[in-house]
Write a protein that binds this ligand. Structure first.
Ligand SMILES: C=C(O[C@H]1C=CC=C(C(=O)O)[C@@H]1O)C(=O)O
Length: 401
């Protein structure tokens, strides 16, 4: 199942429609990997990485057909006691991103956007709850139990009519030029879609690349304010520390398995349509060419950008403090082939769309210097990627007044 190349609209149009209940999408740079139809869907527990990789490889072999390099799309949950979901598509094609965007855009009409209003907003963790968890977490830093923890909220948006998922995906592509757009039909008849800014791991032969993010500030329309915010973020001791905790953790895991691991001494700034982040691009050359991408990705996951440091106690405190299962949110999503190459990003700036409800997720890294109110506002700003794609930014704000 070698991925064929789709580079013009005429070629694309001959393929019919993108069907969100059975097609998978993963966008990286100018290229989209598209899986059409479901040949085989399966689950694998993620608690044991060796088992995960062996089972995945054996499923790919069993369903490779006449291909010499079958591809699976998948999503790993946040919790290590749950299962990853995988899909081996009937066909796979690599598209030029612009061609894919035009093709998708041609499948939605303006009518799709109208007459669907926001009826209710239900927080699984509301502002009071979230701010209290930040305060509780701060007492754990005082007693030296933790260096960092990522706390999150989930919110259900209920609409008057079933959501037009294709329209929402189209909006995500139109509104966010950069980032890794994804769509994956989950087992419970929902579609997980979003645009993640954070590359956990890419592997092509012996080369691995990662782009961890941690430390954030919302964007602003005014160029002057933007410049101020960039400089505040870049020089913020609190955000630099939040970032350094993630980088140290990744270095520990990648250094022993890579030759020539490159990690810049200082972070850079990366922007999405709504946020600025501290960002570091890490690259290395794998010592063992046989290493499968999920060998490493499942060990790196969850990094302190989604969980905390030390990982195990942070994870346990997240369960206690948040009080709701994160499910696939803050997991990892991507694809891999039979040679163990692939690309996985963290499941953030996204939503699970099911019938009339969109469940959104947003988290923030908490360290000793965190302020509960600012962290809540940061999570609100992070929701904007999906609120804008759902065209409900204003309606959502009026529910919060
Ligand atoms: C947990 C999220 O963001 C993570 C990724 C980038 C920056 C983050 C931060 O600055 O807190 C978070 O660690 C989210 O967007 O829901």
């Amino acid at each position: 199942m070698h991925a064929g190349e789709i580079s013009n609209l005429a070629q694309a149009q001959s393929l019919g429609e993108f069907l969100l209940d059975q097609d998978c999408l993963f966008v990286s740079g100018n290229s989209c990997l598209l899986g059409h139809g479901i040949k085989h869907r399966f689950n694998i527990p993620i608690a044991n990485t060796e088992y995960l990789v062996e089972e995945l490889q054996s499923q790919l072999r069993a369903h490779q057909g006449d291909s010499d390099n079958a591809i699976a799309f998948g999503v790993l949950p946040f919790c290590k006691h749950q299962n990853a979901q995988f899909i081996i598509p009937k066909t796979v094609a690599r598209w030029d991103k612009n061609v894919y965007s035009q093709w998708l855009n041609a499948q939605v009409t303006e009518l799709d956007a109208t007459n669907n209003s926001l009826q209710a907003v239900r927080y699984l963790q509301d502002r009071t709850h979230f701010e209290q968890t930040v305060k509780d977490a701060k007492s754990l830093f005082d007693s030296n139990q933790l260096e960092k923890i990522v706390l999150s909220k989930q919110v259900d948006l209920e609409f008057s009519k079933p959501l037009n998922r294709k329209h929402v995906l189209n909006q995500l592509l139109q509104q966010s030029q950069s980032g890794y757009h994804f769509a994956f039909p989950t087992q419970n008849d929902a579609v997980l879609m979003g645009v993640s800014p954070e590359l956990l791991l890419r592997k092509q032969d012996q080369t691995v690349t990662s782009n961890p993010l941690a430390g954030s500030i919302p964007r602003d329309r005014c160029e002057k304010v933007e410049a101020q915010r960039r400089s505040v973020l870049f020089s913020s001791k609190k955000d630099r520390y939040e970032h350094a905790v993630v980088i140290d953790d990744m270095r520990q895991l990648l250094e022993p398995v890579c030759d020539n691991l490159k990690i810049p001494a200082e972070p850079d700034l990366l922007s999405t349509a709504t946020m600025w982040h501290l960002s570091t691009v890490i690259s290395g050359h794998l010592k063992d060419p046989q290493t499968h991408i999920l060998d490493l990705a499942n060990q790196l996951h969850p990094t302190p950008a989604l969980c905390g440091k030390p990982t195990k106690p942070a994870y346990q405190h997240i369960l206690d403090l948040e009080g709701h299962d994160r499910g696939l949110f803050s997991g990892i999503i991507g694809w891999c082939d039979q040679h163990g190459n692939g690309e996985w990003v963290v499941v953030i700036r996204c939503g699970e769309l099911k019938a009339q409800v969109a469940r959104l997720f947003a988290g923030a890294g908490i360290v000793a210097a965190s302020d509960p109110n600012s962290e809540w506002l940061e999570t609100e700003a992070k929701l904007k990627t999906m609120l804008n794609a759902l065209s409900v930014q204003q309606a959502y704000s009026s529910f919060n007044k």
